[in-house]
Design a protein around this ligand. Structure first.
Ligand code: 6PG
Length: 516
């Protein structure tokens, strides 16, 4: 019997996805790895999957029923190009190669173009959910032709996560641990978290932005932790309880949930809180930086995402930090005071009602930050869709992010509602929920940032979110002066408020104005 689908690359993600395919879709799955022994041991370890192991690309082509479908689960970059080259030699017109890695969307567009002459279809599928998601149900963002989607749909729908969350119409306070986790009517219960996002690079583009939002959310959560720790003097286990409580409110999300879990964990070797023994230097594989870069290229402000990327860079800049530690400024009370000095801010840690109020304030600041990260991400996706001619259904995208993926969150129910309204909000800012969160939380974000700045606690994600928020609200900002400066030194011209047209002032002459 021939296989219906193949998975190329049998690392943890690949083997888990292959097991999911075998279990959920009822299809026969072939697996191939350049390291044949690795593929063989996956087949031995999971006999219930009844994998068909291929020993070479030609053998794989022979073992697959046509039109063939192969899903690449290899590293982005060179390994992906090599795997495509291998398959191109043995596949036939009408066969489909699916790239399930975190490839850059421009690479996906280029690879699709290169394959056009062969008539082999190419699809770039963003897969989110990590190792567990690959096995039990990821969120899948499909980029490719409509024909490829028709062919892939029956394979991918059964393996995708199911969104069981409901549409919430509550606006319970963040710190209110009694509030129901979810209320309101069910929206699409059990819908498969897989969608055709658009042609060529669309799937990988939205997966990239998904990761950008993930970076922003992780940064904001980490800042909330630092504020609870350094600002309120709380221990990681106490903070774990705060995050667990927040996860019963509007803040409910996978990242908040795992944060509570991580903070409660104790390092077995030292007996200390796990978070205290992990080196304070964040790594990155690049998708966050791509999202910030794409924002710059498209002229879309994504400051919270960009700050999250820069914060990871700063954390890992060991030499710079070694030097920076000696710089003057207030130090949070829990910080180790360097031997060579520095100003120590003598602060009293609030307790009782004041402490509870501060915790609530930080929670509300986090909620607005999270919402603004999605606002930025969705803005970038609409701009990317316009630029590349993709018809992205933003409501459907929000819907498939409700389960399986890393940024799944209760607030996505409200984003689904926002894009589902007849008027189709041009930006999420026009949405009632976003405005409601802003109304309830902007003061908390402001006081949290002011407090952090006064105490010398760096909160770049929250700070840039507040600047973004205030920038959006501003009637008359600083851009007029920038335009005037540009015209002054480089004749770059300007528009006027009072009449249409493009103008230039003859700065080195009689300073009269000319219309261009
Ligand atoms: C997902 C994740 C995943 C990503 C990791 C690591 O959606 O399952 O986004 O694709 O690889 O989160 O990313 P960094 O190493 O860049 O933090």
């Amino acid at each position: 019997m021939k296989a219906d689908v193949a998975v190329i690359g049998t690392g943890v993600m690949g083997s888990n996805l292959a097991r999911n395919l075998a279990r959920s879709s009822g299809h026969r799955v072939a697996i191939y790895d350049r390291d044949l022994a690795r593929a063989q041991s996956v087949a031995t370890d999971f006999p219930e999957a009844e994998f068909i192991v291929a020993s070479s690309p030609a053998d794989l082509a022979d073992k697959l029923a046509g039109p063939r479908v192969a899903i690449l689960m290899v590293n982005a970059g060179q390994a992906t190009d090599s795997a495509i080259a291998d398959l191109t030699e043995v596949f036939a017109p009408g066969d489909i190669i699916v790239d399930g890695g975190n490839s850059h969307f421009q690479d996906t567009i280029a690879r699709g173009r290169r394959l056009e002459d062969t008539s082999i279809e190419f699809a770039g599928v963003g897969i989110s959910g990590g190792e567990v998601g690959a096995l039990l149900g990821p969120s899948l963002m499909v980029g490719g032709s409509a024909a490829a989607w028709e062919r892939l749909r029956p394979l991918l729908e059964p393996i995708a996560a199911r969104a069981e969350s409901a549409s919430a119409d509550d606006s319970d306070a963040v710190a209110d641990s009694e509030s129901p986790a979810v209320s309101g009517a069910a929206a699409d219960p059990g819908a498969a978290c897989v969608a055709h996002i658009g042609t060529d690079g669309a799937g990988h583009f939205v997966k990239m932005v998904h990761n950008g939002i993930e970076y922003a959310d992780m940064q904001l959560i980490a800042e909330a932790f630092t504020l609870l720790r350094d600002g309120l003097g709380m221990a990681p286990t106490e903070i774990a309880e705060v995050f667990a409580r927040w996860n019963d409110t509007e803040l409910e999300s996978y990242l908040v949930e795992i944060t509570a879990d991580v903070l409660a964990h104790v390092d077995a070797a030292s007996g200390r809180p796990f978070v205290d023994i992990v080196a304070d230097a964040a790594k990155a594989k690049g998708t966050g930086a791509w999202t910030a870069q794409a924002g710059l290229d498209l002229g879309v402000p994504v400051p919270t995402i960009a700050e999250a990327v820069f914060s990871r860079s700063l954390s890992s800049a060991a030499d710079l930090r070694a030097e920076g530690r000696r710089l003057e400024g207030p130090r949070p009370h829990t910080d180790a005071v360097p031997a060579d000095g520095g100003t120590v801010a003598v602060t009293t840690v609030p307790d009782g009602d004041e402490r509870a109020a501060r915790i609530d304030e930080i929670g509300r600041a986090l909620l607005l930050g999270k919402v603004m990260a999605y606002v930025q991400g969705f803005h970038e996706i609409s701009a990317g869709a316009d630029e590349h001619g993709w018809e992205v259904d933003l409501g459907e995208l929000a819907s498939i992010w409700r389960a399986g993926c890393i940024i799944r969150a209760r607030l996505l129910d409200r984003i689904v509602d926002a894009y589902g309204t007849e008027a189709r909000a041009a930006t999420l800012l026009a949405d009632g929920y976003v405005r409601d969160v802003a109304g309830r939380c902007q003061d908390a974000l402001r006081s949290t940032v002011i407090r952090a700045i006064g105490r010398g606690i760096p909160v770049p994600g929250l700070t840039s979110t507040l600047a973004y928020y205030d920038g959006l609200r501003t009637e008359a900002g600083s851009a007029a002066l920038i335009q005037a400066q540009r015209d002054r030194f480089g004749s770059h011209t300007y528009a006027r408020k009072d009449r249409p047209g493009v103008f230039h002032t003859l700065w080195s002459g009689d300073r009269s104005e000319v219309e261009i």
